[in-house]
Design a protein around this ligand. Structure first.
Ligand code: MSP
Length: 480
């Protein structure tokens, strides 16, 4: 069996800095990447920035910077944010990178030589906010439902990609699960969408209109549609590190519903047309609002991960985002709920437990004993939840084990009995649960491991906790 795992997130548009939405997808993927590493797999986790296209060209113009200066700054912001969020990515791909651009030109030429790209006339609605073509059925009152803007009608001579040629093949691959789309309701939606008919799409813009893009190698008057360029990141991100053969095809690609249609049609069609294997699974998570409203510049409610981490700490943010929104469903982000969960679940349950137990262990010491609080069932359940992408449930299961440790202490009252065996049993249980918690809250798990002297690895789940001198831990979560 393949012991590698390749996971990707969308590369984010470099028209604006990171926000809590891009943080959400990246944190979820990071948790999955860390979980698979814990299982002993060799993991490659890719993220990056999508830096070409009309939207970015326009934003750069507004800010009075050259597009290159503009995207350099934004890419840096994303990199800083991901570092702050403790994202364990193995590469950060930028589509303005020369290696990427060269690879994209090569596949464009290949598609043209194979006659999958041809010159024609194209007429369609285009939403610059989405950088996507829209069918009339996708518009609400003639507007893009996501950006609330009237899309441009584009009528021009253009190069087209023969997307229609892949309709039957794609339907078959999706229906047989060879190209897996999850959750199931998304898969159904995509099947209906493809059955309604795939049309060839324009993949070029006249350079005089959009110059900020990769030039078509067979016609220098044009640049290529930003999505063709962007999709290829999933391959060049590996090729750049010379690990393509080892990791391709991707095991899991995560994204929200705004971009599943293009990922379920244009993307696999490009791979089929160039003789590449398809990714195994696309997982679509929900979209969340901020206090019930869409996050947008005009509403001024965009929340920056820098602000959130500074205020609440990285693990509180990671915890809240995953615990509060069932993975796959739409949800809402509210800072007051974050504070509630931070106080009640992280500070009161986990933080207090670690602080109380380490204080007692420092005072009275610990002595080996067989722990009655078994992790096996919890481990099985958490694994099953991970296999079903139910990250919120896995986290809830972990916290119900933490409740059990708290109950055990409440019953055995080691602060009265000074029973070193009871302290050992509770510390062992904390060791075990911290290992399972580590993909979610890596910083906290490391701190707990330092306090009780164990390593974060699956082997340690089966090993007994070493006897060591334990020192009272620092406060893990300050109450807000
Ligand atoms: N550049 C394209 C993707 C190209 S991939 C080959 C793009 N970029 S984006 O910056 O708009 O990112 C969209 C993605 O950001 C969503 O699919 C989702 O993963 C994440 N999210 C952005 N806002 C979000 C929410 N409000 N809620 C959940 N996810 C959010 O599309």
């Amino acid at each position: 069996m393949k012991n590698t795992f390749y996971i990707t997130v969308p590369i984010y548009y470099a028209n604006a800095g990171p926000h809590v939405g891009s943080a959400y997808t990246t944190i979820a993927a990071d948790i999955l990447a860390r979980w698979h590493r814990l299982q002993g797999k060799e993991v490659f986790f890719l993220t990056g920035t999508d830096e070409h296209g009309q939207k970015i060209q326009e934003e750069a113009e507004k800010s009075g910077k050259s597009p290159k200066e503009f995207v350099d700054e934004i890419a840096k912001e994303f990199q800083q944010a991901f570092k702050l969020l403790n994202i364990s990515n193995d590469n950060f791909i930028r589509t303005t990178n020369k290696f990427h651009e060269k690879e994209v030109k090569e596949i464009l030429q290949e598609l043209y030589d194979k006659k999958y790209i041809y010159k024609g006339f194209y007429e369609a609605y285009y939403c610059v906010g989405c950088e996507q073509y829209k069918t009339e059925s996708e518009l609400v009152d003639g507007k893009c439902p996501l950006h609330k803007t009237i899309p441009e009608l584009r009528k021009e001579e253009s190069y087209l990609f023969k997307l229609s040629a892949f309709q039957d093949k794609l339907l078959n691959l999706i229906k047989t699960g060879k190209f897996n789309i999850l959750p199931k309701n998304r898969r159904k939606e995509i099947i209906t969408f493809i059955e309604s008919g795939l049309k060839d799409i324009s993949i070029s813009r006249l350079k005089e209109k959009v110059s900020w893009g990769i030039e078509l190698p067979f016609d220098k008057k044009y640049t290529t549609f930003v999505w063709v360029d962007a999709f290829w990141n999933y391959l060049t991100g590996l090729k750049e590190k010379k690990v393509f053969d080892k990791f391709w095809p991707a095991n899991l690609q995560i994204m929200a519903k705004d971009i599943i249609r293009v990922h379920a049609t244009i993307w696999p069609a490009l791979l089929l047309a160039t003789g590449n294997k398809l990714p195994e699974t696309l997982f679509v998570h929900g979209y969340f609002t901020i206090n019930g409203e869409k996050m947008s510049k005009s509403l001024g409610n965009i929340i920056s991960p820098f602000y959130l981490v500074e205020r609440y700490g990285v693990d509180s943010l990671r915890y809240f985002l995953i615990r509060n929104i069932p993975f796959g469903d739409d949800g809402d982000f509210s800072e007051s709920t974050l504070i509630e969960r931070h106080n009640n679940e992280l500070a009161n349950k986990l933080g207090n437990l670690v602080s109380r137990l380490s204080t007692l262990a420092e005072k009275y010491g610990i002595e080996k004993s067989n722990s009655k609080i078994k992790i096996d069932e919890t481990y099985k359940k958490v694994s099953a939840y991970f296999n079903n992408y139910e990250l919120d449930k896995a986290l809830a299961e972990i916290f119900s084990f933490i409740d059990k440790i708290n109950e055990f202490l409440q019953k055995s009252k080691p602060w009265e009995t000074h029973d070193k065996k009871v302290l050992y049993e509770a510390a062992s249980a904390i060791k075990n649960i911290s290992i399972l918690l580590s993909p979610f809250l890596p910083e906290t798990a490391e701190k707990i491991a330092k306090t009780f002297n164990f390593n974060i690895s699956l082997d340690e789940l089966n090993n007994q906790l070493k006897i060591s001198r334990i020192k009272k831990s620092d406060i893990l979560f300050k109450k807000i």
